[in-house]
Write a protein that binds this ligand. Structure first.
Ligand SMILES: [Zn+2]
Length: 229
Protein backbone atom coordinates (compact mmCIF):
# COMPACT_ATOMS: atom_id res chain seq x y z
CA UNK A 1 0.00 0.00 0.00
CA UNK A 2 2.72 2.43 1.06
CA UNK A 3 4.82 1.36 -1.85
CA UNK A 4 1.99 2.01 -4.28
CA UNK A 5 1.51 5.48 -2.78
CA UNK A 6 5.23 6.26 -3.07
CA UNK A 7 5.19 5.16 -6.68
CA UNK A 8 2.30 7.41 -7.47
CA UNK A 9 4.00 10.35 -5.72
CA UNK A 10 7.17 9.84 -7.72
CA UNK A 11 5.24 9.53 -10.95
CA UNK A 12 3.31 12.64 -9.99
CA UNK A 13 6.37 14.79 -9.33
CA UNK A 14 8.19 13.51 -12.40
CA UNK A 15 5.18 14.48 -14.49
CA UNK A 16 5.03 17.95 -12.93
CA UNK A 17 8.48 19.08 -14.06
CA UNK A 18 7.86 19.67 -17.78
CA UNK A 19 4.37 21.08 -17.23
CA UNK A 20 5.60 23.64 -14.66
CA UNK A 21 7.07 25.75 -17.48
CA UNK A 22 3.89 25.40 -19.54
CA UNK A 23 1.84 26.52 -16.51
CA UNK A 24 4.08 29.55 -16.00
CA UNK A 25 3.63 30.51 -19.66
CA UNK A 26 -0.14 29.91 -19.64
CA UNK A 27 -1.16 33.53 -18.88
CA UNK A 28 1.01 34.80 -21.77
CA UNK A 29 -0.27 32.04 -24.05
CA UNK A 30 -3.90 32.93 -23.21
CA UNK A 31 -3.23 36.64 -23.73
CA UNK A 32 -1.71 36.00 -27.17
CA UNK A 33 -4.65 33.78 -28.20
CA UNK A 34 -7.08 36.49 -27.07
CA UNK A 35 -5.17 39.24 -28.91
CA UNK A 36 -5.10 37.24 -32.17
CA UNK A 37 -8.82 36.35 -31.95
CA UNK A 38 -9.64 40.02 -31.27
CA UNK A 39 -8.01 40.86 -34.63
CA UNK A 40 -8.99 37.84 -36.71
CA UNK A 41 -12.39 36.85 -35.31
CA UNK A 42 -13.66 34.56 -32.57
CA UNK A 43 -13.74 31.58 -34.98
CA UNK A 44 -10.01 31.81 -35.78
CA UNK A 45 -8.28 28.54 -34.87
CA UNK A 46 -4.96 29.67 -33.37
CA UNK A 47 -2.03 27.37 -32.53
CA UNK A 48 1.17 28.55 -30.81
CA UNK A 49 4.12 26.41 -31.95
CA UNK A 50 6.92 28.17 -30.09
CA UNK A 51 6.72 30.78 -27.39
CA UNK A 52 9.67 32.71 -26.03
CA UNK A 53 8.70 34.54 -22.83
CA UNK A 54 10.91 36.65 -20.52
CA UNK A 55 11.55 34.79 -17.25
CA UNK A 56 9.57 36.99 -14.84
CA UNK A 57 6.66 38.07 -17.01
CA UNK A 58 4.10 35.35 -16.35
CA UNK A 59 2.62 36.38 -13.01
CA UNK A 60 -1.17 36.62 -12.95
CA UNK A 61 -3.41 37.70 -15.85
CA UNK A 62 -1.57 39.30 -18.76
CA UNK A 63 -2.60 41.37 -21.78
CA UNK A 64 -0.76 41.05 -25.09
CA UNK A 65 -0.57 43.51 -27.97
CA UNK A 66 0.92 42.45 -31.33
CA UNK A 67 3.60 44.59 -32.99
CA UNK A 68 2.04 46.84 -35.65
CA UNK A 69 4.05 45.03 -38.34
CA UNK A 70 3.16 41.52 -37.08
CA UNK A 71 2.51 39.08 -39.93
CA UNK A 72 1.52 35.42 -39.91
CA UNK A 73 4.13 33.17 -41.50
CA UNK A 74 7.07 34.56 -39.52
CA UNK A 75 7.87 34.96 -35.78
CA UNK A 76 5.70 37.61 -34.17
CA UNK A 77 6.43 39.93 -31.25
CA UNK A 78 3.86 40.86 -28.61
CA UNK A 79 4.16 43.59 -25.97
CA UNK A 80 2.98 42.32 -22.59
CA UNK A 81 1.57 43.94 -19.50
CA UNK A 82 -0.12 42.72 -16.36
CA UNK A 83 -3.87 43.22 -16.57
CA UNK A 84 -5.01 45.21 -13.54
CA UNK A 85 -8.40 46.73 -12.90
CA UNK A 86 -7.25 48.80 -9.92
CA UNK A 87 -4.32 51.15 -9.47
CA UNK A 88 -2.25 52.80 -12.19
CA UNK A 89 -1.87 51.05 -15.53
CA UNK A 90 1.26 48.95 -15.84
CA UNK A 91 3.47 49.85 -18.80
CA UNK A 92 3.91 47.57 -21.84
CA UNK A 93 7.44 46.61 -20.91
CA UNK A 94 7.89 42.89 -21.42
CA UNK A 95 7.97 41.28 -24.86
CA UNK A 96 7.16 37.74 -25.97
CA UNK A 97 7.92 36.20 -29.33
CA UNK A 98 5.69 33.50 -30.79
CA UNK A 99 5.40 31.33 -33.90
CA UNK A 100 1.71 31.08 -34.68
CA UNK A 101 -0.47 29.15 -37.08
CA UNK A 102 -3.97 30.48 -37.71
CA UNK A 103 -6.77 28.78 -39.66
CA UNK A 104 -9.77 30.95 -40.50
CA UNK A 105 -12.96 30.27 -42.43
CA UNK A 106 -12.98 32.50 -45.55
CA UNK A 107 -14.17 32.62 -49.13
CA UNK A 108 -12.80 30.90 -52.23
CA UNK A 109 -14.13 31.49 -55.73
CA UNK A 110 -16.15 28.66 -57.28
CA UNK A 111 -15.70 29.99 -60.80
CA UNK A 112 -14.03 32.74 -62.79
CA UNK A 113 -14.92 36.19 -61.41
CA UNK A 114 -14.14 39.62 -62.85
CA UNK A 115 -13.05 42.79 -61.15
CA UNK A 116 -16.12 44.70 -59.92
CA UNK A 117 -18.43 41.65 -59.68
CA UNK A 118 -20.61 41.43 -56.59
CA UNK A 119 -20.12 37.95 -55.14
CA UNK A 120 -23.19 35.89 -54.31
CA UNK A 121 -23.77 32.33 -53.09
CA UNK A 122 -23.12 30.81 -56.51
CA UNK A 123 -19.70 32.49 -56.85
CA UNK A 124 -18.04 31.44 -53.61
CA UNK A 125 -17.53 28.61 -51.13
CA UNK A 126 -16.45 28.83 -47.50
CA UNK A 127 -13.13 27.12 -46.91
CA UNK A 128 -10.86 26.95 -43.85
CA UNK A 129 -7.09 26.64 -44.02
CA UNK A 130 -3.96 28.20 -42.56
CA UNK A 131 -3.43 31.79 -43.75
CA UNK A 132 -0.55 34.24 -43.86
CA UNK A 133 -0.30 38.02 -43.82
CA UNK A 134 -1.37 40.70 -41.35
CA UNK A 135 -3.55 39.96 -38.29
CA UNK A 136 -6.93 41.03 -39.66
CA UNK A 137 -10.37 39.53 -40.12
CA UNK A 138 -10.94 37.52 -43.31
CA UNK A 139 -14.28 38.06 -45.06
CA UNK A 140 -16.49 34.97 -44.67
CA UNK A 141 -20.22 34.13 -44.78
CA UNK A 142 -21.36 37.65 -43.91
CA UNK A 143 -19.49 39.10 -46.90
CA UNK A 144 -21.54 37.05 -49.41
CA UNK A 145 -23.82 39.40 -51.34
CA UNK A 146 -22.09 42.45 -49.88
CA UNK A 147 -18.65 42.27 -51.53
CA UNK A 148 -17.15 43.37 -54.81
CA UNK A 149 -14.08 41.58 -56.03
CA UNK A 150 -11.15 43.93 -56.73
CA UNK A 151 -9.34 41.83 -59.35
CA UNK A 152 -9.99 39.15 -61.96
CA UNK A 153 -9.66 35.68 -60.43
CA UNK A 154 -9.90 32.08 -61.57
CA UNK A 155 -11.79 29.26 -59.88
CA UNK A 156 -10.75 28.20 -56.32
CA UNK A 157 -8.84 31.45 -55.70
CA UNK A 158 -8.32 32.46 -52.08
CA UNK A 159 -10.21 35.70 -51.32
CA UNK A 160 -7.83 37.46 -48.94
CA UNK A 161 -9.04 40.67 -47.23
CA UNK A 162 -7.21 42.84 -49.79
CA UNK A 163 -8.97 41.20 -52.75
CA UNK A 164 -12.49 42.27 -51.69
CA UNK A 165 -14.33 45.51 -50.94
CA UNK A 166 -16.90 44.55 -48.32
CA UNK A 167 -19.82 46.81 -47.47
CA UNK A 168 -20.39 47.26 -43.72
CA UNK A 169 -23.30 45.28 -42.18
CA UNK A 170 -25.06 48.61 -41.69
CA UNK A 171 -24.42 51.67 -43.90
CA UNK A 172 -25.07 55.30 -42.90
CA UNK A 173 -28.52 56.39 -44.12
CA UNK A 174 -29.79 52.79 -44.35
CA UNK A 175 -33.15 51.83 -42.88
CA UNK A 176 -32.48 49.12 -40.29
CA UNK A 177 -34.57 46.62 -38.37
CA UNK A 178 -34.21 47.53 -34.69
CA UNK A 179 -35.09 45.55 -31.61
CA UNK A 180 -35.36 47.06 -28.13
CA UNK A 181 -35.70 45.02 -24.98
CA UNK A 182 -37.74 46.45 -22.11
CA UNK A 183 -37.75 43.87 -19.33
CA UNK A 184 -39.26 40.70 -20.83
CA UNK A 185 -40.80 42.54 -23.79
CA UNK A 186 -38.98 42.86 -27.09
CA UNK A 187 -40.20 45.68 -29.34
CA UNK A 188 -39.31 45.80 -33.02
CA UNK A 189 -39.34 48.70 -35.45
CA UNK A 190 -37.63 50.48 -38.34
CA UNK A 191 -35.01 53.15 -37.64
CA UNK A 192 -32.50 55.05 -39.75
CA UNK A 193 -28.79 54.41 -39.21
CA UNK A 194 -26.77 57.61 -38.83
CA UNK A 195 -23.42 55.75 -38.88
CA UNK A 196 -21.95 52.74 -40.59
CA UNK A 197 -20.82 49.74 -38.58
CA UNK A 198 -19.93 46.06 -38.53
CA UNK A 199 -20.99 43.43 -35.99
CA UNK A 200 -20.59 44.67 -32.42
CA UNK A 201 -20.13 48.34 -33.39
CA UNK A 202 -22.20 50.91 -31.49
CA UNK A 203 -23.78 53.40 -33.90
CA UNK A 204 -26.35 56.22 -33.74
CA UNK A 205 -29.85 55.45 -35.00
CA UNK A 206 -32.70 57.91 -35.52
CA UNK A 207 -36.45 57.38 -35.14
CA UNK A 208 -37.72 58.95 -38.42
CA UNK A 209 -41.01 60.08 -36.83
CA UNK A 210 -39.84 61.54 -33.50
CA UNK A 211 -36.36 62.50 -34.84
CA UNK A 212 -35.02 61.08 -31.58
CA UNK A 213 -31.43 59.77 -31.75
CA UNK A 214 -30.50 56.61 -29.88
CA UNK A 215 -27.50 54.32 -29.59
CA UNK A 216 -27.67 50.80 -31.00
CA UNK A 217 -25.36 47.84 -31.46
CA UNK A 218 -25.03 46.23 -34.88
CA UNK A 219 -26.03 42.55 -34.61
CA UNK A 220 -26.34 41.53 -38.27
CA UNK A 221 -26.87 42.74 -41.84
CA UNK A 222 -29.27 45.70 -41.56
CA UNK A 223 -30.13 44.74 -37.97
CA UNK A 224 -29.42 46.57 -34.70
CA UNK A 225 -30.29 46.27 -31.03
CA UNK A 226 -31.13 49.54 -29.24
CA UNK A 227 -28.96 50.21 -26.18
CA UNK A 228 -30.59 51.78 -23.14
CA UNK A 229 -28.49 54.32 -21.27
ZN1 LIG B 1 -7.98 30.35 -48.94
Amino acid sequence: MMRALLCSLIVGSAGAAPSAQADADAPVRDAILAAVRARMGADADVAIDHLRVPAASAQGPVQARPDPGARLGRPMRFALRTATTVGPAVAWTATAEADLRVRVPHLHTRRVVSRGDTLDEADVAIVSHEVEGPLRAWPAAEAIGRSRVLRDLGPDACLAPASLAVLPLVSAGEEVRATARVGEVVAEGRLLAADRGDRGAVIRVVNPRSRRTMKARVVGAGTVEVIHD
